[in-house]
Design a protein around this ligand. Structure first.
Ligand code: GTP
Ligand code: MG
Length: 224
C-alpha cells in the first residue's frame, strides 16, 4: 500500500488518535494528520509517533482539513479516515484494490452483508437514512451511505472534484460532485466502531441543516 496516503482529520482527539495511530503503525502507507494550529494537546500526544506527517490547517473546519489534506497528497491513492478510531482500517486493502478500476470507493455502514455501526444512535440512524434517501432520489447517486466519508479514491479524482466546503457539508459535496462529473464509484460494506474516546464534533441539528442546504443547493442548480 505504498501508493496510498491516509488523510486523518483530527480535532481535539487526544484520547483517540494515539491509539488509532498505534493500530495502523504497521500499515505500509503514508499518513497525514491534519489538525488545528492551536490544538497543542493533540500535537503533544502524537509527537513521538514515527512515520507520520502532521500538517496544521490554514483555514478552520472539517472541510478545510480534508481539502488541505488532499492537496498535500503525493501518492496515486488517498483515503479519508477519521482520527477517532471509528473507521476500521481492515477495509483499506480491499478498498484500495477495488479502486484500481474506479475513481472513488465509499465505505458503507448500511450495505449488507458486512455493514453496520456500533456508533449510531437514533438521531444519526434516521439522519443518515434520510440524507442517503434524498441524495439517491435527487441525484440517482446509487450509494447506500451518503455521510460516512470513509472514502478511498484516486488522488487525481479527489482533486478534480474541486471541493469547496469548509465544514461538514463536504460529506455530501463529494458524492454529489462525483456523480455530476460522471465519475465511476462504488460502495464497500464497512462496520463502524465506537469512537475510542473524546467527544464528537458533529452537531446533529446545526450540521444536519447545513448538509440539507447543500443537497438542496445542488438540486436547484441541476434543475436549472
Ligand atoms: N482537522 C480537523 N478535524 C476535524 C474537525 N472537525 C472534526 N474533525 C475530525 O473529523 C472526524 C469526524 O468527526 P467526529 O466528531 O468523529 O464526527 P462523528 O463521527 O459524526 O461523531 P462520532 O460519531 O461521535 O464519532 C474526527 O476525526 C474529528 O476529530 C476540524 O475542524 N478540523
Ligand atoms: Mg466519529
Amino acid at each position: 500500500m505504498l501508493d496510498l496516503t491516509l488523510i486523518i482529520p483530527a480535532k481535539k482527539e487526544v484520547e483517540s488518535l494515539p491509539i488509532f495511530l498505534k493500530e495502523i503503525e504497521n500499515y505500509n502507507c503514508k499518513k497525514i494528520i491534519v489538525l488545528q494550529k492551536e490544538d497543542f494537546e493533540t500535537k503533544i500526544a502524537i509527537e513521538k509517533i514515527e512515520n507520520i506527517k502532521v500538517i496544521e490547517q490554514v483555514k478552520n473546519g472539517y472541510g478545510n482539513a480534508l481539502i488541505e489534506g488532499i492537496n498535500s497528497v503525493e501518492t496515486k491513492y488517498c483515503c479519508i479516515i477519521n482520527a477517532d478510531g471509528s473507521m476500521n482500517p481492515k477495509y483499506l486493502d480491499e478498498m484500495r484494490k477495488l479502486c484500481e478500476n474506479k475513481d472513488l470507493i465509499f465505505g458503507s455502514r448500511y450495505q449488507k452483508p458486512g455493514g453496520g455501526s456500533d456508533d449510531d444512535d437514533l438521531i444519526t440512524v434516521v439522519g443518515n437514512y434520510f440524507f442517503t434517501l434524498i441524495g439517491n432520489l435527487f441525484f440517482s447517486l446509487k450509494i447506500s451511505d451518503i455521510l460516512y466519508t470513509y472514502i478511498l479514491g484516486k488522488t487525481l479524482s479527489f482533486k478534480n472534484l474541486k471541493l469547496e466546503n469548509s465544514d461538514f457539508r463536504i460529506c455530501v459535496e463529494i458524492p454529489i460532485k462525483a456523480k455530476l462529473q460522471n465519475m465511476d464509484y462504488s460502495c464497500l460494506p464497512s462496520h463502524e466502531r465506537e469512537r475510542i474516546g473524546g467527544k464528537k464534533k458533529v452537531n446533529p441539528i446545526k450540521d444536519g441543516l447545513l448538509i440539507l442546504s447543500e443537497i438542496v443547493k445542488y438540486f436547484l442548480r441541476v434543475k436549472k
